[in-house]
Design a protein around this ligand. Structure first.
Ligand code: ADP
Ligand code: MG
Length: 752
């Protein structure tokens, strides 16, 4: 897990507010300071990127409403507005209408006044009238800016509002009323536009997740009552009618239907659901009615988890952003100091104070690092939003930056490159048992194991209607097999390693080798079944071969990865070398490592990192969590149902579809290049403005226009990522291409 801005107290969620109107990352810090200084508040953390304020109140009995009121007041004075979320962490803020942005109307009013002043100035000779019109424009448009600036100063910070206020007041003091008014107009309108764009993007991303219905149909004693979806508790029985959204994570107890799980997996092809299956809050019920039993409260649903992860991800800072922030922290004070020096030195040397103070004011405007500071977060937020829409969870900007540079990708074999749903192919007996007895013994030992091989054996036994005992004791041996204890003996099922460890003799192992060799030619894996008597003697009962098939279109998915710049694809497996070789050549990977225990998989990843640098590891998270953790980018796939893998990976493919991988890498690469463009653009405009400004070639309003204009350009550039589906569409998405684009809420509409 990457450290987030709110990293200090990540364990408790605190109270979450959505903040509207934040246009500048630097100014967001002023909000954090001001709220943090409230006596009721212990810590406050603002994330500019996700537009949230998290507050941890001082422990003790503080009236929640009073607390909320004083926090909202403080945020309001700083120039923004905050709305607290409800208990289920749902966003309550009705998207503020864009024209209500607090600097927009005053800015436009000031603009009208400025035009009036300008026209009167052209047509008549009434300097007092003109000056008072400009002064009114400054007062009307500048009030909110100066108030926010004052809040920042009291919090001990010099932010954009402070710099602008000084230059406006300074311009007026120099008698440049018209220019002061123009600065106010450009700054107010520009920042309003930028804040509105950013707010809409954030809202569109939230709207993707704000999918649970308000009410649910609770069934109690055969009576249906409508209750708030937030109030559902685990165990409640809920009826879901055709076409409705599911109100909670639940298990189907009656009825059959198809469910559109796009909200969770990004896959709009509906899946069949019947009694015993899991369904998720926010997904859409198809044509049947479902009776479900709630398994998680609203705040703990899969969807809530995802929202939480996405927000954390948006708040965590990517390396490039940290670099930019560090630069900005030095840049602004340095330019402010140079401005002061310029004014004093220039004025004293030439005696022409007006000119040099004016130049210093221009420098103050140029000192504002806004476009630079906003350039990275806006790109990251949009990219993470775009990824979430196609069912990919990215745990932060740092992951995107790493993923863009990946040249080596390592795959786990079972369940990742292959379907992970093996079928028993052959049953070969050796000892004094029948085929049925062998299956019964193996199934009895495997019935509690989660491993796909175990499931295939149990499935075979059930299919053939073979009865099997219950084991008294069962233990999985990761990467090797299982051990089970029965009344008078033990049974081990699994790899050669496990057999040798259990004392199976070498001649029996040679017999297994022959079978395994043959099976491997067909891409099948062989495992052995042995019985261990109470005196410790081991008898090999026979072998079972299982066949797992490669995922459909896995070759195309790997090809797409290569087109995205991946140079080396390696397969890791606990299976034997011969099987690995067959599968590797069928699927088209460059290299493989076989016979690996789960811990050895992480060693293999380390070795590859040593040889080739950055390595991404793709696994299903079942027994490859250590390797996922070691890799530079750990990618868990098909986690639509489990949150364990969600936690250990940097990047999670919610849907079982390898083709999304190339797209995410493509998206990361585009994100990195857009960040580079943005940073370069902001730096170059600043540099030019600085040079020209120092020699007096730039006047105040041009400096403001350059600043605000660059911020807007940078924001729009970053937003291009949000509008794209995640990337390279050269790999057709199986079956979902038609309906998918229709299903999605386009960014600009979702905000309304
Ligand atoms: P993979 O790397 O392909 O995911 P694992 O590490 O899960 O494979 O397992 C490696 C090998 O251990 C398997 O090929 C199999 O021979 C054996 N094995 C693991 N678990 C079991 C089990 N429950 N039953 C039988 N064999 C098992
Ligand atoms: Mg596996």
């Amino acid at each position: 897990m990457r450290v987030s801005e709110s990293g200090t107290k990540a364990n408790t969620p605190g109270i979450v507010f959505d903040v509207v109107g934040m246009d500048c990352g630097d100014c967001a810090l002023s909000v954090e300071r001001v709220v943090g200084k409230l006596p009721e508040v212990e810590t406050a953390a603002v994330s500019f990127a996700s537009g949230t304020l998290r507050v941890w109140p001082v422990p003790g009995d503080c009236e929640p409403e009073a607390l909320e009121r004083s926090i909202r007041g403080a945020v309001d004075r700083a120039g923004y507005s905050a709305v607290a979320r409800d208990a289920a962490d749902r966003v309550k803020v009705a998207q503020a209408k864009w024209w209500t942005h607090r600097t927009l109307l005053p800015g436009l009013a000031a603009a009208l006044l400025w035009v009036a002043g300008f026209v009167i100035d052209l047509g008549s000779d009434a300097p007092i009238v003109v000056t008072s019109i400009f002064a009114t424009a400054i007062a009307v448009g500048g009030f909110t800016i100066m108030r926010s600036g004052w809040v920042a100063i009291r919090a001990g910070r010099i932010d954009m509002n402070v710099l602008m206020s000084i230059s406006v007041v300074g311009a007026a003091a120099l008698g440049e009323w018209s220019e002061g008014a123009l600065v106010v107009v450009l700054f107010s309108v520009g920042t309003a536009l930028q804040a509105v764009t950013f707010d809409r993007t954030r809202a569109a991303i939230r709207a993707l997740f704000d999918l649970t219905p308000d009410e649910a149909c609770l069934v109690r004693d055969d009576v249906e009552i409508m209750v708030a979806a937030n109030a559902l508790n685990p165990g409640d029985v809920v009826r879901v009618r055709p076409g409705e959204r599911l109100p909670a994570d639940a298990e189907v107890i009656d009825g059959r239907s198809t469910v559109d799980q796009a909200a969770i997996t990004g896959e709009s092809l509906p899946v069949e659901r019947e009694p015993g299956d899991t369904v998720f809050a926010g997904t859409i019920n198809g044509a049947g009615t479902l009776l479900t039993r709630v398994t998680a409260a609203a705040s703990e649903s899969m969807l809530a988890n995802i929202v939480h992860l996405v927000e954390e991800a948006q708040s965590s800072k990517a390396p490039s952003q940290q670099m930019v922030d560090r630069f900005a922290a030095v840049y602004t004070p340095a330019v402010v100091v140079s401005a002061a020096v310029l004014a004093v030195a220039g004025g004293a040397l030439t005696g022409d104070w007006n000119t040099w103070v004016y130049r210093a004011l221009v420098l103050l405007v140029i000192a504002c690092p806004c476009a630079l500071v906003i350039s990275t977060p806006v790109s990251i937020v949009s990219a993470i939003g775009a990824a979430s829409r196609s069912g990919v969870l990215v745990k932060g900007g740092a992951v995107l930056e790493d993923a863009a540079r990946i040249r080596t990708v390592v795959f786990d074999k079972t369940g990742t490159l292959t379907l992970g749903r093996p079928k028993v192919a052959n049953v070969i007996v050796r000892g004094d048992v029948s085929e049925k007895e062998l299956i019964a013994t193996a199934a009895a030992a495997e019935q509690d194991s989660e491993h796909p091989i175990a499931r295939s054996i149990v499935a075979r036994a059930l299919h053939d209607e073979i009865v099997f005992e219950r084991a008294r004791f069962f233990a999985a041996v990761p990467g090797k097999g299982v051990r089970a204890t029965f009344a008078e003996h033990h049974v081990v099922v699994g790899s050669d390693r496990l057999m040798r460890e259990s004392g199976v003799c070498e001649s029996a192992m040679e017999w297994v080798q022959d079978i395994a060799q043959q099976a491997a030619g067909e891409g099948q894996s062989a495992l052995s079944v042995a019985r261990i008597a109470s005196d410790g003697s081991a008898e090999l009962l026979g072998a079972i071969t299982v066949a797992d098939s490669p995922r459909p279109r896995v070759r195309e998915a790997l090809e797409a990865l290569r087109r995205a710049g991946v140079e080396r694809i390696v397969m890791l497996t606990g299976d034997r070398t011969e099987v690995a070789a067959t599968v590797a050549s069928r699927i088209g990977v460059d290299d493989f490592r076989a016979n690996l225990l789960p811990t050895e998989k992480s060693d293999a990843v380390r070795e590859l990192q040593r040889d080739y640098g950055r390595v991404a590891m793709v696994g299903d998270g079942i027994n490859d969590a250590p390797a996922l953790a070691v890799a530079d980018v750990g990618i868990a796939m098909g986690v639509g149902g489990t949150d364990i893998a969600l936690e250990s990976a940097d990047l999670a493919l919610m849907r079982d579809d390898l083709s999304t991988l190339a797209r995410v890498i493509g998206l990361s690469q585009r994100t990195v290049s857009i960040i580079q463009q943005n940073v370069a653009l902001s730096l170059i405009t600043k540099l030019i403005a600085l040079l020209l400004g120092a020699f007096g070639f730039v006047n105040l309003w041009i400096a403001v226009l350059a600043d605000v204009g660059t911020s807007i350009v940078v924001t729009l550039n970053g937003l291009r990522l949000a509008r794209s589906r995640s990337g390279d569409d050269s790999v057709p998405e199986p079956g979902s291409t038609i309906s998918d684009s229709e299903q999605r809420i386009p960014v600009d509409q979702a905000a309304d």
